[in-house]
Write a protein that binds this ligand. Structure first.
Ligand code: GLN
Length: 381
């Protein structure tokens, strides 16, 4: 079978989770919390199933959820979205990303991406016929610079696939970087597709700024969100796409033939969840921030150099100061087999010239899980 998909290796997340099971390791690799999620939201889903929300809902999403998404982003991010024309529900953010690429590029169009990049992006861009152009982010700052953008954008740039807060670096791009990116998109006439699934997982009092709020971007950006990340229930696969009606028209045509709809009971539960009081979201952040700090302090105490994490479930350790010859992949394979802790080598997020000294740990775990991992890591540095 001759296909770029057939030739792809299994994703690093699946591979590391399998190794974690085989070695009975503490799994700080694949990003998922180890608590079951908010009880009231889970109850709503169960009730909705029992109440009969089990047939095809409207293709664009239930009216309740589309309204809840628009209200939520008005309250949290100051966006003014028409729920009937500018919001669509997908089966997870990954469907939304795949759909945006299928809807918005033609074979041969250039697509700007930022590496390290989430592993789904590049194969999907290529399969849609896009020609990838990669902006390289470099540790420890992982900054977006004018120089890097100028070297990557061209008059053939049709789409930019962006991610903020950024997985795997844990970076939250600042206003200057976002405005710079918006300027380049405007100048080249590109659509900015922004994976903002970590928008609520943001620390130290920061507030998320959506690309839809950037100057000149309201009509040329697509914002993608995820209930799985907002409520810490990653298996739910309920995504939200927000875009101006002109873009939404094309996005909805792809969605109708990719998955068509998303389980209605989950949509009703997410609609309820998005309306939860402000304090719930803030205390969820505060708890995750405490977990970040607990793992960071523990790893630092063991002599592992920790890089800052301003958002996402992840923090990174830079092996370079320990031993410049250490490679992330070998380190992770030995960690899972010998110490019984799974982590993700960040080189897996590069398409070319990988940074090979950085290892990603997921801290969205109970204190007991984090402490168990730290205990097992005690001899590692
Ligand atoms: N988003 C998750 C992570 O970065 C992985 C999701 C998956 O396994 N496909 O860990």
């Amino acid at each position: 079978m001759n296909s770029i998909f057939a030739d792809l290796p299994t994703t690093v997340f699946e591979t590391m989770s399998r190794l974690a099971r085989e070695h009975q390791a503490v799994n700080l690799g694949q990003g998922f919390p180890d608590d079951p999620g908010p009880l009231d939201v889970r109850r709503k889903a169960a009730e909705a199933v029992v109440d009969g929300w089990n047939q095809y809902p409207p293709m664009m999403g239930t009216p309740e959820l589309r309204r809840a998404v628009a209200d939520h982003y008005r309250d949290w991010q100051g966006l003014d979205l028409d729920p009937d024309a500018e919001v669509m529900i997908t089966s997870g953010a990954t469907e939304a990303i795949a759909g945006a690429l299928l809807a918005l590029i033609e074979p041969g169009d250039e697509v700007v991406l930022f590496q390290p990049l989430y592993d789904a992006y590049l194969p999907l861009v290529k399969r849609a016929g896009g020609v990838p152009r990669l902006v390289r982010l470099v540790p420890p700052a992982w900054r977006l610079t004018e120089e890097a953008l100028a070297g990557t954008f061209s008059p053939r740039t049709r789409l930019v696939l962006f991610n903020n807060p950024h997985n795997p670096t844990g970076r939250v791009f600042d206003a200057g970087e976002l405005e710079l990116l918006a300027r380049f998109c405007e100048r080249s006439g590109a659509v900015l597709v922004s994976d903002e699934v970590w928008e609520h997982v943001i620390f130290d009092g920061a507030e998320h700024r959506s690309v839809l709020a950037l100057p000149g971007m309201r009509e040329r950006a697509v914002k993608i969100g995820s209930a799985g990340k907002i409520f810490g229930m990653t298996g739910w696969k309920v995504g939200f796409v927000c875009a101006a009606p002109g873009l939404m028209k094309a996005l909805s045509k792809v969605h109708q033939f990719l998955t068509f709809t998303t389980p209605p009971a989950l949509q009703q539960a997410v609609a309820y969840g998005l309306g939860k009081e402000r304090d719930w979201f803030l205390s969820t952040r505060a708890n995750l921030q405490r977990s970040r700090d607990r793992l960071a302090a523990g790893l630092t105490g063991l002599g592992l150099p920790v890089l800052p994490s301003a958002g996402t479930y992840f923090l990174n350790v830079d092996l370079a100061p320990l031993d410049p010859a250490l490679r992330d992949e070998a380190f992770c394979l030995s960690l899972v087999a010998r110490e019984g802790v799974a982590a993700i080598p960040v080189s897996a997020f590069y398409a070319e010239a990988p940074v090979q000294s950085v290892v990603r740990f997921c801290f969205a775990k109970t204190d007991a899980t984090l402490d168990r991992a730290l205990e097992r890591l005690s001899g590692v540095a």
